[in-house]
Write a protein that binds this ligand. Structure first.
Ligand code: UT7
Length: 334
């Protein structure tokens, strides 16, 4: 059995900054509400004509990750791509990255686990590297939310939260100490409707949606039962971090850097307090980018690394919770 490690990280966000004040011009919201409830000051949105899409942003982040891993596209043995906002309904984003980066006819696997997507994707990559089947796997989280949100007052409790962006990690066979120590994944489908986008789908086909009166509750915008999700998130985050620590005989005080999925700054602060972590043990950047779902952890991890906040030998923990519900953690020695 081998072990795996992250050999390169990269991230990309669109240039177009959308502030809370910008949103308050198109819907009934305000900077105070958004900052007090979520911690978000601004987010990035793809601008029509800027050339970005989910897969294009994924390629931009991946190119940086590959450079930092000192690898070229032909060195990659597999792509694992997590997104809930692919460019096309099918095929998934993985094959688009394979084409755009001129990669060999390697497998491209798409992961549909929303906010937990990157953690699930890391776990998949870890298993393939551990068994010796592959040496270098490109793991991506990328989202284009802005095109599919309701920017009227009706959608304000969801649309002010989400942003666009991409992050990527190269997971490679580990020749030294440490690397990924363990991954832990969970789901609870009974809460699938609490944070969901129901159509277009085989339940709500496009003609049916078009026929419906726009005044009806048409399920083509995301729905979130915010308080219900919040309450479950704070419990599951702490639970799955502790599960990972316990599996490795570690304590919360051993964590050098916790990168929580950037769902809401209040959730991160709640977990930090619950786990008695210092400010320097937790990284948050939701203030600048909003919640970028599957992209939030790799963007935050890449930014923390760039800022020199992750050093060799550090215990790094990734943790996520979101739609499904799904949740998970990755425990790594850098
Ligand atoms: O990443 C995946 C996982 N997602 C999460 O973990 C998100 C979890 N949930 C949350 O982060 C929070 O529940 C939200 C930020 C989504 C909402 O915050 P909240 O404190 O739960 O607010 P609420 O939904 O209970 O709404 C409170 C009030 C309502 O008005 P009334 O009924 O009290 O008059 C809303 O209509 O705030 C109103 N409201 C807004 N006001 C201004 C909702 N959205 C907005 C808005 N601007 N954008």
């Amino acid at each position: 059995m081998f072990t795996s490690k992250i050999s390169g990280l990269g991230h990309y966000v669109p240039e177009n900054v959308v502030t809370n004040d910008d949103l308050s011009k198109v819907m009934d919201t305000n900077d105070t509400w958004i900052q007090e409830r979520t911690g978000i000051k601004e987010r990035r949105h793809i601008k029509k004509g800027d050339g970005n899409s989910t897969s294009v942003m994924a390629v931009k982040a991946s190119t940086i990750a590959l450079e930092r891993a000192n690898l070229s596209p032909e060195d990659i043995d597999m792509i694992v791509f997590a997104t809930l906002s692919p460019d096309m309904y099918f095929p998934g984003g993985g094959v688009q990255v394979q084409e755009l980066m001129g990669m060999r006819t390697i497998p491209a696997l798409d992961v549909r686990n929303q906010c937990s997507g990157f953690v699930y994707a890391m776990s998949v990559a870890d298993q393939f590297v551990k068994t010796g089947m592959y040496k270098n796997i490109l793991v991506i989280g990328a989202e284009n939310h802005s095109g599919g949100l309701d920017f009227t007052t009706r959608g304000r409790s969801v649309s002010v939260i989400f942003g666009d962006g991409a992050g990527a990690a190269v997971v490679s066979r580990n020749e030294g100490e440490g690397g990924i120590l363990s991954t832990h994944l969970h789901s609870e489908g009974e809460h699938k409707d609490q944070l969901s986008l129901q159509g277009p789908s085989t339940e709500y086909w496009v003609p049916e949606i078009i026929e419906k009166n726009p005044q009806e509750d048409i399920p083509y915008y995301p729905y979130m039962n915010g308080q219900f999700v919040f309450k479950h998130a704070v419990v599951r985050f702490a639970e799955v971090i502790n599960e990972g620590l316990k599996a490795n005989n570690l304590e919360a005080s051993d964590i050098d850097m916790l990168i929580p999925h950037q769902a809401n700054l209040r959730i991160s602060q709640f977990i930090q307090k619950k786990m008695r972590l210092r400010d320097d043990q937790v990284f948050n950047n939701i203030q600048k980018y909003g919640n970028t779902t599957a992209a939030s952890i790799p963007i935050a991890l890449s930014e923390a690394w760039e800022e020199g906040k992750i050093k060799k030998g550090d215990l790094v923990v990734l943790a996520a919770f979101g739609s499904g519900f799904t949740w998970g953690s990755v425990i790594m020695r850098w």
